[in-house]
Design a protein around this ligand. Structure first.
Ligand code: SAM
Length: 278
């Protein structure tokens, strides 16, 4: 049988669902670009999110030691079983990536990486979920929407909660921009391939309390384009005076905006908020 995504879907009577971010990659050059960016040597364990019709899965199975492919859409499971049921190094899991217990599939002492054409409707949730795992991947090579890629690699001046969250755990860079034509159906947006190398134990920025770090950053970004003093006071439910005090403690001008802060500044601010018992 064919391996063209469109024909495979036809044969299994499946029509793509926009609500599940279903744009299937059919361009071999684009698939090769993803696999090349993953730097596979043949010994890796790869977690693929949303194998779809298995176009990327097949490339991964040919180049990695083991592939764990997690697909939510029950209509695609028979198709994937047909393609990979007898392939020794592919494990198909019918689940939502945000609910699945990864420890059932990956041992705590086993390094793994994530390679995926992500469903765009939950990109941020998936990235945060994976990076916050007790046993996170060593790197992620993911296709995301162009604008999301720009937000991931943003520098102080253009930061967002997403860039702070991702850059706390790893170093993202954009590998390539890809035209909608590499997918069927074509998405409405340009895509970008992003690689995030996670820091593991050697994080450049460390904090005594991660939950507090994200609470403070969330508060800072809670009011778009507002001065930090006001955003912190409303986001942390503290007075303007208290916000001024913690900001003064770490030498941050209260009139600055959250978009301009560096990660070390967020970390210092978190420690000041904790020290003030706020
Ligand atoms: N990997 C395929 C490819 O490259 O052609 C399909 C990529 S498509 C952009 C995204 C895939 O993610 C779809 O197969 C979709 O059903 C699946 N998906 C959507 N939400 C999911 C979730 N929460 N957990 C796991 N898979 C999901």
């Amino acid at each position: 049988m064919t391996t063209n995504p469109r024909h495979l879907l036809d044969n299994f009577g499946v029509t793509p669902k926009k609500s599940l971010g279903q744009n299937f990659m059919h361009d071999p050059n684009a698939l090769e670009k993803i696999v090349r960016a993953a730097d596979l040597t043949g010994d890796e364990v790869v977690l693929e999110i949303g194998p779809g019709t298995g176009a990327l899965t097949e490339w991964l199975a040919d180049t990695a030691r083991r592939v764990i492919a997690i697909e939510l859409d029950d209509r695609l499971i028979p198709l994937l079983q047909y393609r990979f049921g007898a392939v020794q190094n592919v494990t198909l899991v019918h689940a939502d990536i945000l609910d699945v217990n990864l420890a059932l599939h990956i041992r705590p002492d086993e390094d793994y990486l994530v390679v995926a054409n992500l469903p765009y409707y939950i990109t941020s949730a998936i990235l945060r979920h994976l990076l916050e795992q007790p046993h996170p991947p060593t790197r992620l090579v993911v296709m995301v929407q162009n604008e999301v890629a720009d937000r991931l690699v943003a520098r102080p001046g253009d930061m967002s909660l997403l860039s702070v969250s991702v850059q706390y755990y790893g170093q993202p860079h954009i590998v390539a921009r890809l035209s909608p034509a590499v997918f069927w159906p074509r998405p409405d947006v340009v895509s970008a391939l992003v690689r995030i190398d996670t820091y593991g134990a050697d994080r450049p920025v460390t904090v005594s309390n991660e939950a507090a770090f994200f609470r403070v950053a969330r508060a800072g970004f809670s009011q778009k384009r507002k001065q930090l003093r006001n955003a912190l006071s409303s986001g942390l439910s503290i007075t303007g005076g208290q916000a001024d005090e913690v900001l003064a403690e770490v030498g941050i001008d209260p009139h600055r905006r959250a978009e301009t802060l560096t990660l070390p500044e967020w970390a210092a601010l978190t420690e000041a908020v904790l020290a003030a018992g706020l």
